[in-house]
Design a binder for this molecule. Structure first.
Ligand SMILES: [Fe+2]
Ligand SMILES: [Fe+2]
Length: 149
């Protein structure tokens, strides 16, 4: 069972960003499912590394977009992203150093809570800024938002 269910509530109205958020949910759920079926360390590690790499790609994309559109809270948002990067790296190090005692539940709870909160509050603030300051872009994007996921 998926630990974090994706729903339309998470769509911020930027097609590529929404797709990436959906992808992050999918990777977190992959990890949870692999853990639930007792997958080996190498398999868990590869999903965790894929998640970390995808988080980086997503954060870079979001920050680039914010820069291009003049988002006044860019620096604040970057700091929040950097703190998450650091936390995930810590989890990853713990996992590599002692996979037998690694606390998956703690990682899963952290990732799912963080992702939901970040999208619904922090990324949504950017989406609201875009709607107000770049209404044409926001409505074009809204029309492009995918129905596929
Ligand atoms: Fe973000
Ligand atoms: Fe995001």
């Amino acid at each position: 069972m998926a630990i974090t269910e994706w729903s339309d509530d998470f769509k911020i109205g930027e097609k590529e960003v929404d797709k990436e958020h959906w992808g992050l949910f999918a990777l977190i759920n992959d990890l949870a499912e692999k853990h639930a079926i007792g997958a080996d360390k190498a398999s868990l590690d590869s999903t965790l590394k894929a998640l970390i790499a995808y988080v980086d790609v997503h954060f870079e994309h979001e920050e680039r977009l914010m820069e291009e559109t003049g988002y006044p809270k860019l620096e604040e948002h970057k700091k929040i992203h950097a703190a998450l990067d650091q936390k995930v790296d810590e989890f990853h190090n713990d996992f590599e150093n002692s996979p037998e005692t690694f606390d998956y539940d703690k990682l899963m709870e952290f990732l799912s809570t963080w992702l939901s909160h970040h999208i619904l509050k922090v990324d949504m603030d950017y989406a609201n800024y875009l709607k107000e300051s770049h209404p044409e872009r926001a409505s074009q994007e809204a029309a492009r938002v995918s129905q596929e996921y």
